[in-house]
Design a protein around this ligand. Structure first.
Ligand code: GLC
Length: 749
C-alpha cells in the first residue's frame, strides 16, 4: 500500500511537473508573449519601455514624475529601487489591477556585491581569482534579492579599467579581459542560475556597454576614444562572455564612444550585440543617459534623443522620459517601424515570462520568505570566506605576519579600523552598518582588553588631526601596531574620480606619527582601488589589502592577520607607484624603444623621475608560505594555426605551511600584423598545496587564446614566434617559446 501510494504520488508529481514545465517552456512562453502583444495597444506597448526609480531611494539625479499615476495608466514597465516584499507587492498590485492586461512590473536594483549580506566589492572578489567563490557569492546575493521582491539586478559590471583615478574600478573585474570574461560568466551564472522562475534567481544585467572604464583622465562619465581594435581586444570580451552565458539584459553606458553616445550607438547595440553576438534580451539605458545625449551635443532635443536611441537598439528608458511622450507618434508616422517596437516589447515581456511573473506577479513578494532568508548564518560565513580569499598580502618583512597574538599587546589605529559603514564599500545594496563587524570588534573577540589598544587617530577624509596624539600613544604602549587606513565608502564607486590617490586627509601624517614610535607596523588598506603608497611602503613591515571587505570584513582580516587563513589573493589590477604612471597595466605594448642599448643611452621609453615598473605587478600577492615554479614544458615546439598547445609547469610549496597560489599563464606574440602586448593573461588556476607538496599544472592554448583583431580587422591567429610565461604574477620569468607555422593547405596534408 505504502509503496503503491508512493508510486501514485511520484506519478502525480511527474505529471504536474510536466504540465508546469510545458507552461513555462520557451516555446509556450513565446506563444504567450505573442498572444499578449497582439492584444496590446500602441500606448500599452510603449508603457513597457519606461523605467522609473522609487523616489525614496534614488541612484541618480532624479525626476519627480507621479509614479502612481503613471503606473495606473500603464505607462511604466519597470521600477528600480523599490525593495522589500511588502513594498513590491503594493506596487505590483497597483500595476496588475489597474492595467488592462494585468502586466506585472519588473523590479530592478543595484545588487553589486550582495543585498543584505554584503560581500567584498567586485574588485576584491576578482582578487580571489576564485570563480566558484564568485559564483556562490552571486547565488547568495540573488537568493536574498529575490526574497526581497526584486527580480533584476543591474550587475555584473564588467568594465575593464586601467586607471584607478576612476572610482568605479571598485565595481569591476580589473584590468584584464581574460580574467574579466571568466568572472563575467561566473557572475551571470550565479545570478540567473538555470531557471529564472526559481525564487532564488534574478535576471542579470551586464554593464556598462561599452568601454565606460576607458574614461579619459579617469574622470567618470567622461568621453572615451578607443579604436575598434582596442574595443574588441580589451573592452568587449567580458560582455561577450556574459552574453554567451545567457545574460538577460544589457545596460548601455553613459560615455560617448568614437563620438556617439553609447545609448544611441548602433555599432554597439545593433551590429555587435545583436547581429554579431545574437543577443536576444533587452537593453536598458543608464540613469537618464538618453536625455544626457543633449549634453553630449549629439542631438538637439529629447525627441531626437529618444528616436536615435530607440532606432539604435536601446529598448528601455531609465528616467529620461524619452519614449513616453514621443515614440507613439514616431511609430504612427512610420519613422519607427512597428516591428522595432514589437521586438523591444517582446524582449521585455519575455523576461517577465521567464521570471514566472506572467503566471504569478507576486511570486517574489513573500514577507515570510524575506524574513527567513536575509543574513542567514551560512551567508555570513560565505561572506567571511570571500573576504579572506580576496585579501592580497603585498609585503611581509621579517615574517611579522601572521601575528603571534598569544602574549603581545596589539595597537590598532586608523579611521578604517572601526568603520562599519565604510568597510561595506560603494553600492552596498541594502547592507546595514549595524550588521557589519569591524576589525576592532573582531580583535576584541580575540584579545583580552589589556592587550588591545585602539585610537582612530583621524578620519579618512577630513583634516582634523587632534586624535593623532592618542594614536601615537597607542603605538608606544603596544608591541605591534595595525594601521587601518584607505578610503571611505563614499570615496569609491560612481562619481568619485580622484586626481590624487595618496592617502587622503591626515592618514599619511597619522602613519608617520605612529612610525615615529618605533614599533613594527602592519598596514591594512581598506580601499576600492590601488592607492599611491610608494612613500608609505618603507614605513611599514607588512601591507595587507583588504579592499572594501563587506559585512564580515573584520573577522576576515583578523583571520588573515593571525594566520587562521593563509592569504591567497592576487592583484586584478596593476598597482602604480604614482598617478603619473597611469595608465599602467601588464598588457602594454613594447614600443620602438623599450629599453636602453647601453647604460648611457637616454633615448628610450622611460621617465626621468620614476621607474617604468609598477609598485606591484598584476597578479602579484604573497602567501605565508612560498611556491617554486620549474619544469615548464610545451607539448610541441611548433603547431598549425588551428591546433592546440599544452603548457605544463611544476609548482611546489617550498614553505612550512599549506597555502594556495594562482598559477598564471601569459602569452606574447612576438610579431603581428599589428603591434602586440608584451604579455597577455591566457590562463590561470588557483591551486592548494600542502607544505612540501608539488603538482603539475597544465593549460591548453587554443586558437581562441592566440587569436587577435588583425590589421585587416579580422579575428584570427597569425604564424610566427610566441612565448609563454608561467608563474605567480605578470612579471614571471619562467618562459618557453613555440612557433605557429603557416597553415598547411588541406590537400598537401
Ligand atoms: C547609475 C549607475 C548604474 C546603475 C544605475 C541605476 O547611474 O551608472 O550602474 O545601475 O544608475 O542605479
Amino acid at each position: 500500500m505504502f509503496a503503491a501510494s508512493r508510486l501514485t504520488t511520484a506519478f502525480l508529481a511527474l505529471v504536474l511537473a510536466a504540465a508546469a514545465s510545458a507552461a513555462t517552456s520557451p516555446t509556450a512562453q513565446d506563444a504567450r508573449v505573442r498572444e499578449l502583444l497582439a492584444r496590446m495597444s500602441l500606448e500599452e506597448k510603449i508603457g513597457q519601455l519606461n523605467q522609473y526609480s522609487s523616489r525614496e531611494l534614488k541612484t541618480g539625479p532624479g525626476s519627480d514624475e507621479d509614479l502612481v499615476a503613471m503606473v495606473t495608466r500603464g505607462q511604466i514597465g519597470s521600477l528600480l529601487n523599490v525593495i522589500g516584499a511588502e513594498e513590491t507587492r503594493k506596487w505590483q498590485k497597483l500595476a496588475v489591477e489597474s492595467s488592462r492586461h494585468h502586466i506585472p512590473l519588473l523590479f530592478g536594483l543595484d545588487v553589486i556585491h550582495g543585498y543584505r549580506t554584503v560581500f567584498p566589492i567586485p574588485l576584491a572578489t576578482a582578487a580571489s581569482w576564485d570563480l566558484a567563490l564568485i559564483e556562490r557569492a552571486e547565488r547568495i546575493a540573488a537568493t536574498e534579492t529575490a526574497a526581497a521582491g526584486v527580480h533584476w539586478t543591474f550587475a555584473p559590471m564588467v568594465d575593464i579599467s586601467r586607471d584607478p583615478r576612476w572610482g568605479r574600478m571598485s565595481e569591476g573585474p580589473g584590468e584584464d579581459p581574460y580574467l574579466a570574461a571568466a568572472i563575467a560568466r561566473a557572475r551571470v551564472h550565479g545570478f540567473q542560475g538555470d531557471d529564472l522562475a526559481a525564487v532564488d534567481t534574478v535576471l542579470a544585467c551586464v554593464k556598462h556597454f561599452a568601454a565606460y572604464g576607458a574614461a579619459q583622465a579617469g574622470r567618470d562619465y567622461f568621453t572615451t576614444d578607443v579604436t575598434e581594435r582596442v574595443l574588441r581586444d580589451v573592452y568587449l570580451p567580458p560582455f561577450r562572455a556574459a552574453v554567451d552565458a545567457g545574460v538577460g539584459t544589457v545596460m548601455a553606458a553613459f560615455n560617448d564612444l568614437d563620438g556617439t553616445p553609447a545609448s544611441a550607438n548602433a555599432f554597439l547595440l545593433d551590429r555587435v550585440l545583436r547581429r554579431e553576438w545574437g543577443f536576444r534580451g533587452f537593453v536598458v539605458s543608464d540613469w537618464a543617459s538618453i536625455r544626457e545625449m543633449l549634453e553630449h551635443g549629439n542631438v538637439a532635443n529629447l525627441h531626437e534623443a529618444g528616436l536615435k536611441a530607440f532606432a539604435a537598439g536601446l529598448d528601455m528608458d531609465m528616467e529620461s522620459n524619452a519614449y513616453r511622450d514621443t515614440l507613439a507618434a514616431d511609430v504612427k508616422s512610420g519613422v519607427i517601424a512597428p516591428a522595432r517596437l514589437d521586438a523591444a516589447v517582446t524582449a521585455i515581456l519575455t523576461a517577465k515570462a521567464r521570471l514566472g511573473l506572467l503566471d504569478d506577479p507576486f511570486r517574489y513578494s513573500d514577507e515570510s520568505r524575506e524574513k527567513a532568508t536575509l543574513l542567514k548564518p551560512e551567508f555570513l560565513a560565505a561572506a567571511r570566506e570571500a573576504a579572506c580569499r580576496s585579501c592580497v598580502l603585498l609585503k611581509n618583512e621579517h615574517g611579522i605576519l601572521p601575528l603571534a597574538t598569544g602574549n603581545i599587546t596589539v595597537g590598532l589605529v586608523g579611521p578604517l579600523a572601526d568603520a562599519p559603514y565604510d568597510q561595506m564599500g560603494a553600492w552596498h545594496g541594502r547592507g546595514r552598518k549595524e550588521d557589519s563587524i569591524t576589525l576592532l570588534r573582531a580583535l576584541e573577540q580575540l584579545l583580552p582588553p589589556e592587550r588591545l589598544k585602539f585610537a582612530a587617530g583621524c578620519a579618512a577624509n577630513d583634516l582634523e588631526t587632534a586624535g593623532i596624539v592618542a594614536a601615537r600613544r597607542v603605538a608606544e604602549e603596544s608591541d605591534v601596531v595595525i594601521v587601518a587606513v584607505g578610503e571611505g565608502a563614499d570615496q569609491s564607486g560612481e562619481a568619485t574620480s580622484r586626481a590624487s590617490l595618496d592617502l587622503s586627509g591626515p592618514q599619511l601624517e597619522l602613519l608617520r606619527e605612529v612610525h615615529a614610535a618605533g614599533k613594527p607596523i602592519v598596514l591594512v588598506l581598506l580601499t576600492g582601488r590601488p592607492l599611491m603608497i610608494e612613500a608609505v611602503e618603507p614605513l611599514v613591515d607588512a601591507i595587507l589589502v583588504a579592499w572594501h571587505p563587506g559585512t564580515m570584513g573584520g573577522p576576515a582580516i583578523t583571520d588573515v592577520l593571525t594566520g587562521a587563513y593563509n592569504p591567497s589573493g592576487r592583484l586584478p589590477v596593476t598597482w602604480p607607484r604614482s598617478v603619473g604612471q597611469i595608465p599602467i597595466f601588464h598588457a602594454q605594448k613594447n614600443s620602438g624603444r623599450p629599453q636602453p642599448k647601453s647604460a648611457s643611452d637616454r633615448y628610450y621609453s622611460h621617465y626621468i623621475d620614476s621607474p617604468n615598473t609598477p609598485l606591484y605587478p598584476f597578479g602579484f600577492g604573497l602567501s605565508y608560505t612560498h611556491f617554486e615554479y620549474d619544469q615548464l614544458r610545451l607539448s610541441a615546439p611548433r603547431i598549425q594555426p588551428d591546433a592546440a598547445l599544452s603548457v605544463t609547469v611544476r609548482v611546489r610549496n617550498a614553505g612550512a605551511r599549506a597555502g594556495e597560489d594562482v598559477v598564471q599563464l601569459y602569452l606574447r606574440d612576438h610579431v603581428g600584423s599589428v603591434t602586440r602586448p608584451v604579455r597577455e593573461l591566457k590562463g590561470f588556476r588557483k591551486i592548494s598545496l600542502a607544505a612540501g607538496e608539488a603538482q603539475d599544472v597544465s593549460f591548453t592554448l587554443t586558437p581562441a587564446e592566440l587569436a587577435f583583431w588583425r590589421a585587416d580587422m579580422t579575428f584570427g591567429v597569425e604564424p610566427g614566434t610566441f612565448s609563454v610565461f608561467v608563474g605567480a604574477n605578470a612579471m614571471a620569468p619562467l618562459t618557453a617559446s613555440f612557433e605557429v607555422e603557416p597553415a598547411v593547405r588541406a590537400a598537401s596534408r
